[in-house]
Design a protein around this ligand. Sequence first.
Ligand code: CAA
Length: 263
Amino acid sequence: MGFVDYEQEGYVGIITINRPKALNALNSEVLKDLEAVIDAVDLDATRALILTGAGEKSFVAGADIGEMSTLTKAEGEAFGKIGNDVFRKIETLPIPVIAAVNGFALGGGCEISMSCDIRICSDNAVFGQPEVGLGITPGFGGTQRLARIVGVGKAKEMIYTAFNIKADEAYRIGLVNAVYTQEELMPKAKKLAARIAQNAPIAVRNCKKAINDGLDVSMDEAIVIEEKLFGDCFETEDQRAGMGNFLEKDKSKKLKVVPFQNK
Ligand code: CAA
């Protein structure tokens, strides 16, 4: 569809932002296509998603500077809301999303990667929030998510200076979980997604919800969220099958993929 491609490989969906002539920069149309692709994901048949960018040079080089250049105050706010709504949709999808960052992840590109559950990148990746050099603030969640991921001090340094960082520094500060060669990146992303997809899908979803919702509240409230989602699992076939396999001491069965079961 338009600027965003979707492929399904077994239980794993691969979303590719495909506007390589503009280094996959996000204009309103790309954001609209991205939202439509996300809305169309069959959540009963998909257990993990990979988000990447087309081409070898760029993941996403940010929000579209040409489109933003003439915005009024109200239009700027509305454009920020469009990006924020789509990124929040990614963040709150019930299934895990892995960002496979294959090059520039600047401004909105760094921000979209941070709305994903896990980031891995290629060795040519460059991360940064260059907005203050353009006379604006990060507008698609960067002022909020970067501090939560790498800590307030480092986030403020990156945002105030607008300095970009390379893959090894992104790894060092915990912005990405792993760095691979360009050739290795997608196979490694698929392997990670497949590993997630092997596990009990309702349990994985409940883990995502427990971690995300728990981070927004006090520890006292967070552990109650965990207790409810933990309890929820005991109504599933996955729990009976998973524990049954262990108790039968059948190693071959223990590795069996537990089929997705609606409660
Ligand atoms: N918006 C629109 N077009 C962009 C773009 C962007 N963010 N980034 C790259 N492009 C376009 C370029 O204009 C160029 O188009 P033409 O061929 O038509 O001239 C094409 O992509 C290739 O880019 P370059 O020729 O600049 O490639 P390069 O290799 O010399 O440089 C780069 C690559 C360092 C990523 C450079 O393109 C760059 O600095 N891009 C802008 C990065 C940026 O500032 N991003 C943040 C945007 S603000 C934001 O995202 C706000 C927010 O939080 C919502």
